[in-house]
Design a protein around this ligand. Structure first.
Ligand code: 6CS
Length: 316
């Protein structure tokens, strides 16, 4: 049988590297074939999600940045300063978290999706046309966000004017000055040439990019146990591979950007400069609870517990 798997990035970007490893493992350990559909071949992220829910696709990688409009609790990944930017802690968190492995699968199941894994894609940096070091300096700056209400709230709290857009519109909107900034992990800023349409990279340490891989639930439930095991193992192998693959990726991406555009500036805000952004995070957390109620509160509490445990595990 041929299974179709769509993701939101190119083949040589993080989601593509994960998908290729998954395909390799499944094909080496079963008679099934995986057909990969990189970003753009089947539409935007919202389109591939619909196709996965409809069973036209068996697998889809969609980031909570988009899924948050479908599953409000998935917006928890946009509470600023909740996730650490340290890769080792993150890997341990995603591997062991009860919120990720126990609670989220139920929420995805309600949408006809079998959540297979979530993994980190790197520290989120903000690229803008003008430099900034405080919320005041973001006043009137239109910053593109992925399409979920909590990310919009974050950028409002950061002092900017958030503009949610699908990925395909971002380069053009920056080029024509409809927006003046966007956020993404460094590898993506490099590979999608965001440095051609923005001039400054600022790291405020507010988040790490999270993505999720899922299967159509009816398809998955209908598989023999043997096939489900092949899929689970392939996901585990691909997870380890993608953590390993990303070692040093942030740094080499910075080097590549500097080479392509020597005038690009890179600024890491100090703890003192981050203080007002951290403060704004409180307000965003409160908005998350307003939007998601008791269910959201339970997920947030569990995540904080899981994160504390991951932190402890990686520091010991
Ligand atoms: O910003 C976005 O929309 C995209 N960013 C990444 C890192 N992956 C896919 C997503 O569509």
């Amino acid at each position: 049988e041929t299974w179709r798997y769509a993701f939101e990035e190119a083949l040589d970007e993080v989601q593509g590297i994960f998908a290729q490893k998954f395909k390799e493992e499944v094909e080496a350990n079963s008679d099934h074939e995986i057909q990969l559909f990189p970003y753009g071949t089947l539409g935007e992220s919202a389109d591939t999600m619909e196709q996965a829910q409809a069973g036209i696709l068996q697998f889809v990688d969609q980031s909570p940045g988009f899924t948050g409009s479908l599953i409000p609790e998935a917006q928890v990944f946009f509470v600023p300063y909740l996730l650490p930017t340290d890769t080792e802690t993150l890997a341990s968190f995603f591997r062991n978290s009860e919120a990720i492995n126990g609670m989220f699968p139920e929420l995805y199941a309600e949408q006809g999706l079998e959540l297979l894994t979530m993994f980190p894609e790197g520290e989120v940096a903000i690229t803008t046309k003008e430099p900034f070091a405080s919320p005041d300096e973001l006043d009137e700056v239109k910053v593109r966000t992925m399409t979920n209400p909590l990310l919009v709230e974050s950028y409002k709290a950061f002092g900017a004017t958030p503009t949610p857009l699908p990925w395909g519109e971002v380069y053009g909107a920056l080029q024509t000055n409809i927006i003046q900034g966007q956020e993404n992990p460094m590898f993506f800023i490099e590979s999608t040439k965001m440095y051609e349409v923005t001039d400054h990279v600022t790291m405020i340490g507010h988040n790490n990019f999270t993505t999720a891989v899922m299967a159509n639930k009816d398809f998955y439930d209908g598989l023999p146990e043997e096939d489900r095991q092949v899929i689970e193992n392939a996901i585990d192998v691909a997870f380890d591979h993608i953590i390993e693959y990303q070692k040093g990726l942030h740094e080499t991406s910075i080097e590549k950007i500097k080479e392509a555009k020597p005038s690009m500036t890179f600024t890491t805000l100090t703890e003192e400069q981050r203080a007002p952004f951290r403060e704004a995070a409180q307000e965003v957390e409160a908005r998350f609870i307003e939007m998601t109620g008791e269910g959201g509160q339970a997920i947030l509490d569990q995540m904080k517990k899981d994160l504390a445990e991951a932190q402890e595990a990686s520091s010991s």
